[in-house]
Design a protein around this ligand. Structure first.
Ligand code: SAM
Length: 331
């Protein structure tokens, strides 16, 4: 194994080296091999009976070089995330990409601001993919008692999410399903979702939704917003990563109607364009609160353009703006 003292790198090397051996020996994809690797690391033994004794010895030697006990949960999450990112280069379609760390950190910060006083709550990500966004939030909010749910249609990604949660000792219930079909999760306090963007092919199912369009396919991201609102408690919050043009498409009028009927828009925060490969993929964070008899709309919606996260001074200004808005509208 390549020797390095940087913990994340050291652990990544362990994941990576075992995954590469298993990929070759089992003739599978890197991500499938990574899933096998994590099972081996978790159980601290080699579960693939079909491997030759020579390969088993090689893998065991690498396994024994590190123990997860020596790493923090953030180090484990980051190393695992790097390995998944490597595998995604050969596997994943554009809309299935992992939510970057910096966004996950910022969303965690926002969640904490909005539900500051509650210590016990439930959280769901209905399109959790590899689980990185959810895992980042759960790591950041470690002091809180959270009951978490993750759903995704992609069986390999959700397997990786499940294995990651085991590594991080996070209790999450996962469901491998189309989240636009009926969901068996009770309404939660917080929904978070990096929305899959595009058309939803199942027109029959889409007809069950208020945002469905009469002709052609409905946008999956609109359907996801409606489904998420339905599965969030009255007064609960929803944090979405949305495409910047969400409110300007030809299907947007139906979305506007839906939002007006069921939620109070809290905030739209545009993420720095520099975070995205091209400006057409740029995203914002949309924060909603589901209506309840006792809850009033904010005096004004919090609108902000996030500077580059590296620009400390500009970030401090935004944080002051968010704090002032919370004080004015949420206390
Ligand atoms: N937050 C995730 C992470 O950190 O890895 C990334 C989410 S990715 C942008 C969107 C996810 O939506 C993909 O994992 C994809 O499989 C999932 N997805 C797309 N359509 C879906 C559907 N109908 N039901 C459930 N999941 C769906």
């Amino acid at each position: 194994m390549m020797k390095t003292h940087v913990p994340v790198e050291r652990l990544f090397n362990q994941f990576n080296e075992i995954a590469m051996i298993l990929q070759e020996e089992l003739s599978c994809t890197y991500l499938e091999a990574l899933a096998e690797t994590v099972e081996d690391i978790f159980h601290h033994k080699i579960l693939q009976e079909e491997l030759s004794d020579f390969t088993k010895k090689r893998v065991m030697k690498i396994l024994e070089e590190n123990s997860l006990d020596f790493f923090t949960k953030e180090q484990i999450r980051k190393a695992y995330q790097l390995a998944i990112l490597k595998g995604m280069k050969e596997y994943v379609q554009p809309n299935h990409q992992m939510t970057p760390d910096s966004i996950g950190m910022f969303v965690s910060f926002l969640i904490e601001k909005f539900i500051n006083e509650q210590n016990e709550w439930t959280i769901m990500d209905p399109a959790c993919g590899s689980g990185n966004l959810l895992a980042t939030i759960l790591n950041q909010l470690q002091g809180k008692q959270l009951e978490a749910y993750g759903l995704d249609i992609d069986d390999l990604l959700i397997k990786l999410a499940f294995l990651g949660a085991n590594l991080l000792e996070q209790t999450v219930q996962f469901y491998n399903q189309d989240s636009l079909e009926p969901m068996f999760v009770n309404p939660v306090d917080v929904t978070v979702c990096d929305l899959p963007v595009g058309y939803y092919p199942n027109d029959e199912r889409a007809k069950d939704y208020e945002v469905s369009v009469e002709e052609g396919h409905t946008y999956a991201h609109h359907l996801f917003i409606e489904q998420s609102i339905k599965h969030t408690k009255q007064g609960g919050y929803l944090f979405f990563l949305i495409p910047n043009g969400l409110f300007e498409s030809e299907q947007a009028p139906k979305l506007h109607e839906l939002l007006k009927k069921y939620v109070h828009i809290q905030s739209v925060i545009q993420l720095p364009i520099s975070m995205f490969k091209n400006k057409h993929n740029a995203k914002s964070i949309l924060i909603l609160q589901k209506k309840a008899p006792s809850i009033q709309a904010p005096k004004q919606v919090l609108l902000a353009n996030l500077p580059s996260l590296k620009n400390k001074e500009a970030m401090e200004k935004i944080i002051i703006q968010i704090d002032a808005w919370i004080k004015e509208n949420k206390k």
